[in-house]
Design a protein around this ligand. Sequence first.
Ligand SMILES: [Zn+2]
Length: 384
Amino acid sequence: MGWSDIIGEPRVKRLLSSAIERGRVAHAYLFTGPEGIGKDATALEFARALCCPSAALSAEGLIEACGHCPDCRRAVSLEHPDIHIVFSIPRGKGTSSNDPVENLSEEELRSVRRELAEKAADPYHHINVPRAAEIRIDSVRMIRRFASMSSSTGRWKTFLVFNADELNEEASDALLKTLEEPPAGTVIVLTSSFAAQLRPTIVSRCETVQFDLLGEEEIENALRTRLGIDEGEARLAARLSGGSYRHAVEVLGEDLQEWRNEVVDFIGYSLTTRYALLARRIEQWAKADRQAVTNRLRLMLSWVRDVFLLQTGSPERVLNIDMESRLERFVGRYRSARTADALASIELAIGALDRNGNTLLVLANLAAELRRNLAEKEADAIPL
Ligand SMILES: [Zn+2]
């Protein structure tokens, strides 16, 4: 453990480390930015650095937890009494107003424990307990109660509220009160990918820390070192990830070979006159969820980018190496293809899906653009 276990985000690491070093730790932080880039993981590492009595400067010049003292060991297994984690749990059937966990059924308790164990094993795991949709007031009351107790180490007590946009109205009221009168020696860290859904009065009481999308290389390296994924697959997943580590991991579980075949078929149908096949493919894709369509379009980007690399004489940078002969056939067949324009039209389609554009229309439009940019001259040559 240590900051080196957090993927990328050098600016955020420096900011948090320097707050500890200068004794300028804020009472409350809001970690915000896209999903799956390590906001929770960073919050956990920050909490460890705050509670380890032997925290010191690392080789990279960052204040970090020592990793081997008894406090660090408890912190790693998420069992440290000074690090409290709040997230959505089911309502449960019990009537305890003391501890929301006491209200859970055996099964619910098991799933909460399982999620916590997964989070301890992999801080990039997204906690998701079945039937848990909101953070309720009893969870926030726990913060107030624990905040009033003294720290077991004499150092900071931290409260991490994961997915803080799931706080319901009542819980938001209670949290706001806590933020208005921050208990001494405590740090509250809210994490959220949807900060716009948080109450502005809450946001204004926190120091906002904006996280960046991760770089393709950072994600590729993380997949290789953390999960032992081989280079080719890691690079492809990183390229499809859109800068989110979690998204890259999700992509790994998919049948990328099948997706790629679908993508190459889509391009082929668009450029020739196989409109019935094209229409069927568009319909199929439009039925899938939006993210799955975006993933296929990202694969399309990587494939057309490879065509561009072959056209411009840089075959060593081709990503879809196993499809090289198919790529070369394409380059030979469509000699005047305007690949850069085709790439731009795919980017536009991804953007349109992002903004909730109608999937059918976006794909039909993309097919027409691909034909125009990649095969216009050839199409002209087809005798009527
Ligand atoms: Zn330690």
